[in-house]
Design a protein around this ligand. Sequence first.
Ligand code: DOR
Ligand code: ZN
Length: 378
Amino acid sequence: MILTTLVLPTKALKFSSVKFEGATKSKYRGPKMELTLTQPDDWHLHLRDGDLLKGVAPHSANHFGRAIVMPNLKPPITTTAAAIAYRDSILKAVPADSNFTPLMTLYLTDTTKPEEIKLARQSGVVFAVKLYPAGATTNSQDGVTDLFGNCLPVLEEMVEQNMPLLVHGEVTDPDIDVFDREKVFIDTILQPLIQRLPRLKVVMEHITTMDAVRFVESGKEGYLAATVTPQHLLLSRNALFQGGLQPHNYCLPVLKRDIHRQAIVSAVTSGSKKFFLGTDSAPHERRKKECPCGCAGIYSAPIALSLYAKVFDEAGALDKLEAFTSFNGPDFYGLPRNTTKIKLKKDSWKVPLSFSFPFGDIVPMFAGETLEWQPCLS
Ligand code: DOR
Ligand code: ZN
């Protein structure tokens, strides 16, 4: 199959040199509706390293002020020293005129020491620790095998240091159905963890079920929150099989039934402060997705804002969009909100079929489809 590659005009995606007036108002100017938002942050992002990093980092930097950068590289970012070096390479990969700030994370292992958490806090550049249950997802083989048996001293130090734990919330037991792994994780790991360490700040990453929505809603504000991806707001598991197997819709945790998607949409559009934007944009080269054993991960960074706007627009809740994209995340992390603005315009545009780089292609979410909301200049 031959696919034409469109190259997205970078100007259409750039905000950094643009001034915007007003705040959070949608208004009609002729037929085009515009929306001005405080610049959003991405609270869950995979930037990779090497050539892939150089290719994808500008897409995130064009739209987002800051991003929580996932540490699941090969080898994983397990120390503050490695996080500082990774941060330097990210800053080299973003456009020179960008104000993008990477917020680094550490990858929790069975052998992480409490001392490492102190170093992380002192560094001023590490903002969270990521829990991958060993074997749960891409590059998680060095993750945690027994959280309560091996990691309690580290978690206690995280409470002391007010360092959030970001959780990939799935059990890895092969006997548990893949669609039930999030709920079983909540029941067997997260609930007991929060009972044991009620002052630990926890973000349940990329929630996919109504069970996770209920769990987060029932938690203490400021201590329990969740990131939400565009795919879990817009797609159900049907999207994996529509017209044939769709590898570019495969991510982990895997898409669920539509009733779960609807519960997540209701939660984020309700105005609750506990839910915030985290794309989980996870680029893999096309050849690693379209193959006999394809990688999990959906590349959404260049279109994520358009997709979130679509969700809130369709729910009649555009007035709640800015809190989700730009306020709830920094408020939870105890960081200042951004002061710059961006503008979205309601104007049809076509998502590129792929992004071409010297090392290969990356196929974005919704490739080739038409979207309505578009980030724009002035
Ligand atoms: O789909 C996913 N891709 N889920 C993850 O948890 C990891 C990510 C990746 O790194 O590719
Ligand atoms: Zn992720």
